[in-house]
Design a protein around this ligand. Structure first.
Ligand SMILES: Cc1cc2nc3c(=O)[nH]c(=O)nc-3n(C[C@H](O)[C@H](O)[C@H](O)COP(=O)(O)OP(=O)(O)OC[C@H]3O[C@@H](n4cnc5c(N)ncnc54)[C@H](O)[C@@H]3O)c2cc1C
Length: 493
């Protein structure tokens, strides 16, 4: 019988991987290795360093409940503070020696006889582990647009997730393709420095103001008082749940929440955008919540600037000189910014190949059965495999709530395996089918299936026409992760 190199391998050292490692240590399951492609921790906040980057969930909620920071300088922390928070957690919990940086996992194959995973990396050779925890995130692979000629541009091209800080934008003519969540932050941040900014918009984004203020001294002081952090976090969690989940997840139950959101968005547009033609072009024609709204106070007003131009004409191709649109106009620029988001998780978009029991690949399992995972963490046919931000895991509010709940679920399984001396842990078909059926049954309350979203090209929708990036439940149901019946798993020696 092969003795695995490690009891557990965790892929990814973002907030999911860090939380998993901390919880494994706390549970006395410290024999693990974290494998991370980047040369530092932080995941999203390591890779995304574009101007203006910040969280769009209040910082009181966007942090671990067990490691609340009194150091946030603003109600919505900027990206560098989140990266520093990740570094702080790695240092405080002594994770560094257990992380193998600059190493990418290429594939993972389950061996039925040995009941363990063989993990292949780009460093060469295999690492073996009893348990494999996929914490590789959902928004980590930049999506490059499928536009004719995108490789032929003679100037500098960069994706927002791979910002080139050597590129000085001052006085440059810049084009930005896309008006999603990253563009909403980049546009107002760079508009004052560039000579000309041309924004290519396919679909306008709903944008609502952000209560982003520097935290006064009393507030930071309150964070150090026992109970102070708890109160701030409770208020913040309530706000996040009301804003993100009630409007989208329970649309049919609380239709007025989305209506109020829409009214707020329209008011913000009227107040911020002077030119009625531009304002009309910036006005979404779909219900708020079909796509994640932008939360920013100065995105819309950036379009009042003389050096910012909104182009809604479809892009025909990229040329050596810039962007050519369908009306025959050529927009010549020096720098091209691709704010085109991330590859959505889907059957053919896994961060590495996963081959489970009896040689079945996860891609094939999902292709044949639709994308699914029990409570967003495990799948039948993939023993000893768990994912932190898996299908039907995230409810649309703060990722931290999901991360803590999912890692609790995973560690509970691993602790139980240790107690029973089990080498193989696998979710039952019945439990998985039950959860998937529940998601299908409940999803009809979500906004995404209503007329207001018809025709919206959302990255949420996968190739089966499903929306596995949204758990059809609200935050409180994450507590199910704490209570799920252990009989939903088989534990075998
Ligand atoms: C620009 C941006 C802004 C965001 N803002 C918010 C927000 O305001 N609120 C919110 O709740 N969420 C936000 N998110 C979502 C964010 O991704 C999550 O909040 C959270 O950071 C996810 O953590 P994670 O560890 O699961 O994934 P990630 O942070 O993506 O980390 C995954 C890690 O896995 C590594 N990895 C991937 N594949 C491999 C491989 N094959 N081998 C080795 N390592 C690998 C990656 O390098 C990365 O470091 C944002 C995402 C982006 C991209």
């Amino acid at each position: 019988m092969t003795v695995p190199d490690h009891q557990t391998v965790i892929v990814g050292a973002g907030f999911s991987g860090i939380c998993t490692a901390i919880k494994l240590d706390k549970a006395g399951l410290g024999d693990y290795l974290v494998i991370e492609a980047a040369d530092g921790p932080g995941g999203t906040w390591y890779w995304n360093t574009y101007p203006g980057i910040a969280v769009d969930i209040p910082s009181f909620s966007y942090q671990y409940s067990f490691e609340q920071s009194p150091r946030w300088t603003r109600t919505y922390a900027p990206g560098n503070e989140l990266k520093a928070y990740a570094d702080h957690c790695v240092a405080k919990y002594g994770l560094d020696p257990k992380i193998r940086f600059s190493t990418r996992v290429l594939s993972a194959t389950f061996n039925d006889q040995e009941c363990l995973w063989h993990i292949r990396t780009d460093a060469g050779g295999d690492v073996t582990a009893r348990f494999l925890i996929n914490a590789s995130g959902v928004l980590s692979a930049p999506n490059l647009p499928d536009i004719d000629g995108v490789d032929t541009f003679a100037g500098a091209t960069m994706h927002t997730a791979r910002w080139d800080h050597d590129q000085n934008l001052e006085g440059q003519r810049v084009a930005i393709i896309g008006t999603g969540a990253s563009a909403v932050q980049v546009i107002p941040a760079i508009a004052p420095t560039v000579q000309q900014l041309t924004v290519f918009q396919r679909t306008p984004i709903w944008c609502i103001p952000k209560f982003d203020v520097s935290l006064p001294r009393w507030s930071r002081w309150a964070m150090r008082v026992p109970g102070g952090m708890t109160v701030q976090r409770m208020l913040s969690q309530t706000y996040v749940e009301l804003l993100f989940t009630l409007t989208a997840q329970y649309f049919t139950v609380f239709p007025s929440a989305a209506k109020r959101g829409r009214a707020l968005g329209l008011k913000h547009l009227r107040r911020e955008v002077k030119d009625p033609v531009v304002r009309d072009e910036l006005t979404p024609r779909y219900a708020m919540g079909c796509k994640r709204p932008g939360i920013h106070s100065t995105y819309l007003s950036a379009f009042n600037r003389d050096n910012v131009r909104l182009v809604t004409e479809p892009i025909e191709k990229i040329t050596g000189a810039g962007v050519a649109t369908a009306d025959g106009e050529s927009h010549d620029v020096d720098v091209l910014i691709l704010a085109t988001g991330f590859k959505p998780p889907d059957i053919d978009a896994l961060p590495f190949e996963i081959i489970g029991s009896k040689g079945q690949s996860l891609s094939r399992f999902w292709a044949e059965n639709r994308v699914q995972a029990y409570e967003g963490v495990s799948m039948p046919g993939f023993p000893n495999y768990f994912v932190v931000c898996g299908p039907y895991g995230y409810n649309g509010a703060s990722f931290f709530a999901l991360i803590e709940a999912a890692t609790h679920h995973i560690v509970r399984c691993l602790s139980q395996a240790r107690r029973r001396g089990a080498k193989c842990v696998e979710v039952t078909d019945e439990a998985n089918a039950r959860y998937f059926a529940e998601m299908m049954h409940k999803r009809h309350t979500q906004i995404f299936w209503q007329d207001g979203c018809a025709g919206t090209k959302s990255f949420y929708i996968n190739s089966h026409g499903d929306i596995p990036v949204r758990r059809a439940l609200t935050l409180e149901t994450y507590w199910r992760h704490h209570r799920f019946p252990l009989d939903d798993y088989t534990f075998s020696t």
